[in-house]
Design a protein around this ligand. Structure first.
Ligand SMILES: [Zn+2]
Ligand SMILES: [Zn+2]
Length: 392
């Protein structure tokens, strides 16, 4: 019995919640409507405690097992985490529940993640077939706003006594019915790179009287390519991508200033340190070679997402119960995308797992949509995880 029967029965209703969230996307910490619905449903399901406003707009629900309050003493506390925020993208899908907000859409499937965890909360609150405590965590601002960090800083782990924490994300391109996971580093540290170049503005016809920041910027972009290819150990992973180049306002003026922006990604601390050090050297020395000045601002954002060994094995064993042993890839290659669940994994042991979203458009694409067929699998994974971790 791979899918939990009761969950299969709830799946159509969970899909309806998902569609409502999809039609009303909200960004970053401004997820008041979504968080309001989450808190209201958790209360209606009979959660023992519902705490809104953690990490600004995050919501936490507490569900004790069969023995109620006594489970506080006898059992472990397992945290399950979903994210609630959407993206500033204009939706290209023609769906009955298409985004009703111009320029915003659920293009990363957080509508599905929130709905599945709500479904699990309902099941767990109804059945209480475990000994211990399940804590359901709904975080804001996964997409660059570090909402996970904000919840941790607001005392998420200590206030609810969380012992282990688990996360799940859908994976376009992986068939529905499959899961993927790996122990150790699974997603990258994502750091912001901002380079401000100052030259000397001049008439375009008299370049010898100026210092051309467009030329200097171009040389910096080129020189940076050598960091990944010549400085990072070929057996390790590091990426620097410059994705913005802003300079000038017209075609006959050499601009005084230019700004480059990009991202630096790594899967290990030594590479992260190396990228920052080499960026400083390459950026400053290249600018100096042309008589310009350049200032690098390197901001550390999300840390590397590191799955803990024991909890990864456990999460994989639960996924195998749901999907079948041959449908769980436990050696999925890491990827250079980022995830702020990493802040939670830095506080408590746990694991992050991918669940196949089938042949959909990629994450953050205007034609992406979360696949409702994933709902019974993802929701069953959550409830089986709690029941297996906390046998009652
Ligand atoms: Zn995303
Ligand atoms: Zn996401």
């Amino acid at each position: 019995m791979p899918i939990v029967n009761r969950v299969a029965a709830l799946a159509p209703e969970i899909a309806e919640w998902r569609h409502d969230l999809h039609a009303h996307p909200e960004l970053q910490y401004d997820v008041q409507r979504t968080a309001g619905i989450v808190a209201e449903k958790l209360k209606a399901f009979g959660c023992d405690e519902v705490v809104p406003g953690l990490g600004r707009t995050g919501v936490v629900g507490v569900i004790h097992g069969r023995k109620g309050e006594a489970d506080k003493v006898i059992g472990k506390v397992i945290g399950l985490r979903a994210d609630m925020d959407a993206l500033p993208i204009e939706e290209a899908n023609d769906l009955p529940y298409k985004s009703t907000v111009a320029g915003k859409m659920h293009a990363c499937g957080h509508d599905g993640h929130t709905a599945m965890l709500l479904g699990a909360a309902r099941y767990l609150a109804e059945t209480r077939n475990f000994a211990g405590t399940a804590v359901v965590i709904f975080q804001p601002a996964e997409e660059g706003g570090a909402g996970g960090k904000a919840m941790v800083q607001d005392g998420l782990m200590t206030r609810f006594g969380i012992d282990e924490v688990y996360g799940m994300h859908n994976y376009p391109g992986m068939p529905v019915g499959q899961f993927g996971i790996r122990a150790g580093a699974m997603m990258a540290a994502t750091d912001t790179v901002i380079i401000d170049i100052e030259g000397v503005g001049a008439h375009a016809a008299r370049p010898h009287l100026g210092v051309d920041t467009v030329l200097v910027g171009a040389q910096i972009v080129n020189a940076i390519q050598s960091i990944g290819s010549r400085n990072v150990d070929p057996l390790k992973s590091g990426v620097v991508s410059i994705c913005m180049f802003h300079a000038g306002n017209t075609e006959n003026v050499i601009p005084q200033t230019a700004q480059l922006r990009g991202t630096a990604r790594s899967l290990a601390e030594d590479v992260r340190v190396l990228l920052e050090k080499r960026l400083h050297q390459v950026v400053e020395a290249t600018a100096a070679a042309y008589g310009a000045k350049a200032k690098l601002t390197y901001a550390r954002n999300y840390p590397v997402l590191v799955n803990h060994e024991r909890e990864t094995d456990f999460a994989a064993s639960v996924a195998k119960q749901i999907a079948g042993a041959d449908k769980v890839d436990t050696a999925l290659p890491p990827m250079m995308g980022g995830e702020d669940f990493s802040f939670m994994l830095n506080e408590r042991p746990g694991a992050f797992i991918w669940v196949g979203n089938g042949d959909s458009a990629g994450l953050h694409h205007p034609s992406y949509n979360f696949n409702d067929e994933v709902i019974p699998l993802g929701t069953s994974y959550w409830v089986k995880l709690v029941e297996t971790a906390l046998p009652g």
